[in-house]
Design a protein around this ligand. Sequence first.
Ligand SMILES: Nc1ncnc2c1ncn2[C@@H]1O[C@H](COP(=O)(O)OP(=O)(O)O)[C@@H](O)[C@H]1O
Ligand SMILES: [Mg+2]
Length: 512
Amino acid sequence: MAETVLTNKRRIELLEMRGIVKRFPGVLACDQIDFTVKSGEVHTLLGENGAGKSTLMKMLYGLYQPDEGEIRINGKVASIRSPQEAIQSGIGMIHQHFMFVPSLTVAENVALGLKTSFGSMLDLKEISKGLSALSDRYNLKIDPDIPIWQLAVGEQQRVEILRAIYKGADLLILDEPTAVLTPQEVDDLFRILNQMRQDGHALIFISHKLHEVLAISNRITVLRDGAQVGMIDVEEATKQNLAEMMVGRPVVLQYDIPPLERGSVRLELNQVSARSNRGNLGLNDVSLSVYGGEIVGVAGVSGNGQQELAQVIAGLRPIEAGTITVNGQNISGKSPEKMNSLGVSYIPEERMVDGVIKEFTVAENLILQDHWREPFANNGLMLNFNVIQDACRQAIKDYEIKTPSTETPIKSLSGGNIQKLVLARELARNPQVLIAAQPTRGVDIGASEYIHQRILAERETGTAILLISEDLDEIRALSDRIIVMFEGRIVGIVERKDVNIQALGAMMAGVH
Ligand SMILES: Nc1ncnc2c1ncn2[C@@H]1O[C@H](COP(=O)(O)OP(=O)(O)O)[C@@H](O)[C@H]1O
Ligand SMILES: [Mg+2]
């Protein structure tokens, strides 16, 4: 093939989507979206949850039909009525949930998908050989003859990529591929995508993680609430302007924190030990004081005692030894209700399990544990419906909780909105002590910033705050002091001004 043809090909858009509209009952999921991709580039779709990214891609992959608009491939109008037709047009899609028969090998799984189009004339050895060659070419490190069940999640994803390339995908859609990967696996994936880009594949990458988007994209299109906010080249993109486009207002990525005004000791743990669910000492001889007006961050790799720490303070896990005091009062072994009435609020890590009752409405969840108290009830019996409704409407407004009504079942809200609801309820009690465990995990940037501002405001009112997070950026942004946990023990305490990221990382890994 002549070189000129190739360079020419690189210049035109392989894919053009013009004026794409998709409506669902009550939702305009995509509103006049234009989106184009060239061969040899990564064009990222960036947007918060519900922005319309997956819907747009499902139309390209033939899973949905657009209500309006046109799709062109290599300049020709394409009507893509099914994934089979998408594949015939050279489009592949990597979903978050992989579709394999686990007991079959990689090659057999690929063969399965081919059967429908090529009949039964399949030579498994041929396929295996072809897959091997592609695996080497893209450094996928996949053995085609290994059964799927033996592969880790990251490897299964690479099999999906391999399968798509094998079926001839020139254009590959990756819908939030990094959500299921470890940081190491993300690096591997990006190396593969780079190789594919160099080979002239067109790639559509979907994410809402800004550092990833900046690392892999050529162009970035931002969607918000179904509308196209803009498109920029990666050279013009910064975390700040991308966040602002995504959220629709300036977003603070670094906070201005007023100087610490330490009050008295609010929370004290003295040589506390507790068993984990596995029966070993998940919390081992931990001593710690948290003062009013202070945020103490707890850093550590997940599973090193952080969850046990939060749970013993919240009264959800018995302790084996030691004492816990709140405002000087010994509270060891008290129930969650008692802890609550002593002024301990808890934002749990597992919010769908410990934070809300799934079957209940927004309103019911907002007054959980307080429903028997004034002003929501008289004499612990009669519920004041109007008072409850007013309080709920106020919380929804104050915390910008997106819900159709106060009577909506909580389970139909997005993760970020559920988290804001839990925060609203826990802070409404004017806590003396706040335990916030992974408060922004799985939460959009806009909602994260909001939650951070609320936690900082709580610090200003003199609450003692324990912030447990696996996100080191979050810990560093908010904490006055950082403690590091490893294997159930506190292995380091660092003041805000002395934070050194390498040293923190080493402590987290158990290196002293
Ligand atoms: N099959 C569907 N039926 C009804 N509404 C849907 C459907 N799929 C998506 N939506 C709605 O369309 C909007 C965009 O969703 P989606 O494309 O999944 O967003 P994203 O992938 O950016 O998180 C959301 O409001 C979502 O609730
Ligand atoms: Mg999506």
